[in-house]
Design a binder for this molecule. Sequence first.
Ligand SMILES: O=C([O-])CC(=O)C(=O)O
Ligand SMILES: [Mg+2]
Length: 552
Amino acid sequence: MSDEDEGHGGHVLDDPLRTKGTSFTHDERRELGLLGLLPYAVTTLDEQVARSWGEVRRQATDLDRYIYLRALQDRNERLFYAVLAADVSTALPLVYTPTVAEGCRRFSEIWRRPRGLYLSWPDRDHLREALRNRRQREVDVIVVTDGQRILGIGDQGVGGMGIPVGKLSLYTLIGGIDPARTLPVLLDTGTDNPTLLDDPFYLGWRHHRIGEDDYVAFVEAFVAAVQDELPDVLLQWEDFATPHAHPILERYRDRLLTFNDDIQGTAAVALGALRGATEVAGVPLRDQQVVMLGAGSAGVGVMEMVRQAMVDQGLSADEARARCWIVDVRGLLTTDRDDLSDAQRAFAHDSADVAGWGVDGLPALADVVEHVEVGVLVGLSTAQGAFTETIVRTMAGRVERPIIFPLSNPTDNAEARPADLDDWTDGRALIATGSPFPPLHRDDGEDVPVAQCNNVYIFPAVGLAVTAARATRVTDAMMRAAAGALGAASPALSDPHAPLLPPWADVRRVADDIALAVAKQAVADGVAPAASDDDLRDSVRRTRWEPTYGPG
Ligand SMILES: O=C([O-])CC(=O)C(=O)O
Ligand SMILES: [Mg+2]
């Protein structure tokens, strides 16, 4: 810092991690050279929070609210997090799904200030240099995307950056990761979205996506640079297209502290929600027939964890597999299909066993529901309305408490609306969605919230756990531990009429419980230094960053 900088001191006000804005006391203003730079009154953080919420409410649309909140984050991070923490349930849909989808779509149009790292293919020989230019020296968590499969809205190119930025703000809000130690990364390998390629304002590398070999080499170069610069960081992959998501995870999961949130986070939260649902239904998971609509990375990831959970409950691998059904756009995954990845093929049913189910060709979702006593129906297909009245009524005719999770994001992509599911099943369906929905109205005037089965219950807690425990890998058992701890926190376990997942007001406390369970599992798996449960609990508590103004 030069003398000149020290003299006028205005830089503190411009540093989003240090500024308190109008909350600097008169003494602090003198000390920091801020005298005269602020209006006289000294406000409390609570007053700033109240004022900011007034501003949020005054905006005309949710996109405007998103823009306002993102600008607040760039101006004063502690205030931003205090604002979110003051009303998590209202804030989440604004900084996360569904509004973040609009933020990604219109990324170039609403651009304000840079945040994070843009690693672009034309700069491929200078990735290390770019990484060294990061503003934050120490980093606990990176979220990286290439923008190719953003939520359920496809290829958003550079606009995908909205997702790492949004997810990392939840790592901080819910998982207590210090915002100064988070790094959003966008790998810009082009876009195949014609609207973006034609958009004069598009801010990414205006080019079709690069070929497969170049892509693999680019990702490898990125990982190598991260390993050199930030060897202990948690590297979270987000919203990669299915053909890349699984191979990347497989390539790096034993080399780095890494996980894929769409595959593993979505699976853990779904399993957590199923715990409460199967308890209320009175039929354990091992006795359920489970159908997944959607064979992308998230859908297959959920089924993989469901299958493992059935095995944990005593089924053989084959018995478990026989109870798992995956249907994609073409129909049921069957052994005679030649378009399946290895991960998908593991769930293929013998074509001979299902011969004649489909009218012509492969059995569709309706055919599977017709022939199998389906107790659990999950959607990660982005096919809006795919859980039709006929399908749902058929299911509800067979089982007392159908468990139905339309999980596709954002809201418009959901396979069904909770109010319709409720209607078609006379209130018997046990429902969870991926994006937020309004509560269900009961005849007695009561409103029942719909559980939001979104990976936001899991990834912040995993980040907190690996940071607190100094873990070096994310094992499958750690993700199952996360699911178990979330499931144990289900309000439905003690009240069958309660939602399947904890309310947002409790999510930070639940994240501590999940983090502790994950940290213990990391130690048990030998991927974190030995520590007692008490030490881990302490470490989780000490790691958690809180949005408050300390002195100075
Ligand atoms: O971001 C969300 O809401 C959940 C998620 O990972 C996805 O849909 O890709
Ligand atoms: Mg995602």
